[in-house]
Design a protein around this ligand. Sequence first.
Ligand code: PMT
Length: 456
Amino acid sequence: MGMTEKEVGMTEKIEIATLPSVTRNDSIKNDIRGRIAMRPHFLHATRYSILDTIQRGKKVLKGKKILLGVTGSIAAYKAAEIVSLLKKKGAEVFVIMTESATKFIQPLTFSTLSENSTLDNLFSTNDKIVVKHISLAQWADLILIAPATANIVGKIAHGIADDMLTTTVMASKAKVIFAPAMNKNMISNPLYQQNVEKLSALGYEFIDSEYGRLACGETGKGRLANIEDIVDTVEYALTFKNDFQGKTVLVTASCTREPIDKVRFISNYSSGKMGFALAKIARVRGARVILITGPTSLPVPTGITTISIESAEEMKKEVFKYFSEADIIISAAAVADFRPKEVFAGKIKKEKSKNPLIELERTPDILYELGKKKGDKILVGFAAETENLAANALKKLKEKKLDLIVANDISAKEAGFGSDKNRARLINSKGTAQELSLMPKIDMAEKILDEIIKIK
Ligand code: PMT
């Protein structure tokens, strides 16, 4: 066993190869009726950082101390990119490599990029270094293990501390995040899955690996997550409390479209901004989020299962498909209340029907039907009102068996449909009301979630 800490110079030029990224075609799965259903870690073609919209330029990582553990995976070279990005964002980085990681990439690479020595051994002739794992364990604001092998996950899950990385993790109280990379059969192995479950229950976090071509030549799940997603996750962890961890939150957003004929529909002005803001904040506060959205021009957020629908009927179908998985359901969508009783098969020719009459019927009231099945789930609704805000909202809260309703006065200036801001009154099932003054929807989402987490 080598007995020295490896301190490496910083002269080597580093070239980082990049594997072909997942294509948009890989990332889109056709759902019912050919519409697209996006899945969380397949979204790089359209990816954008949740934090970009949340932090609005705040430097979350500036001065933060990140300990990066690199383990023996072919993806170890990608850890160099992680160090580079963390440093670019102002973090202080220290790298610990496992012995097998050093077979894939030289410590010199990490020392150069991190501007710190890289450790790969627990034992050293230097007394100061013998206790390094303790000082590093205390130094770190966060420990990121990327790539994480099945071996490191198994060792930490079983309290094994036999090298610099495992002893440091064991001695640290900092949050630990794993970004696994391995063969698809290893990932689906029940032993590995049990270890992940055990660690997740203890508050360790896992960044889902991606589907794609694996180093072994097979295609499947196991590739290291996108580097930017990994760094985003580090930023979330250092920014938000994790109070929604372990909860599944289902959010509906935007409008629905009820077709009149092949080219026309009935809809409303909901943009999806309020619903997307709730989905994003729930996600960064640790929830697993399912976002069911009507048509919107907003980009699909990463890390959120996003399902696109058009009509109220489709939204209802998707909501009930995921109902059993959800702990909390937030209905921010402005579901069209009416739809044409009959949908014309082609395009109604204006020359043929000068004053066409369209007979309307009610769409399903999704939230009302959810209320009937509620059980122990938390149900949150919105009310878009132009008059008698409190009375109308309270009526909806009771009829739909809600725990909380967000009452919007949509006639208010700068608020409501399409706006980046909102003004609302939160009313809970006891009838207690709280005024939320005009504020960005992303901030309002935080306030709404603060109330939701207090329920029960
Ligand atoms: O998307 P934005 O541009 O950001 O705008 C946000 C918003 C103003 C649309 C949003 O904050 C909002 O108020 N959404 C609910 C609008 C609405 O449909 O309100 P409602 O009072 O008609 O419905 C009451 C509740 O029942 C809502 O939670 C709604 O999602 C639900 N509902 C309504 C009708 C229906 N057929 N099914 C439903 O589930």
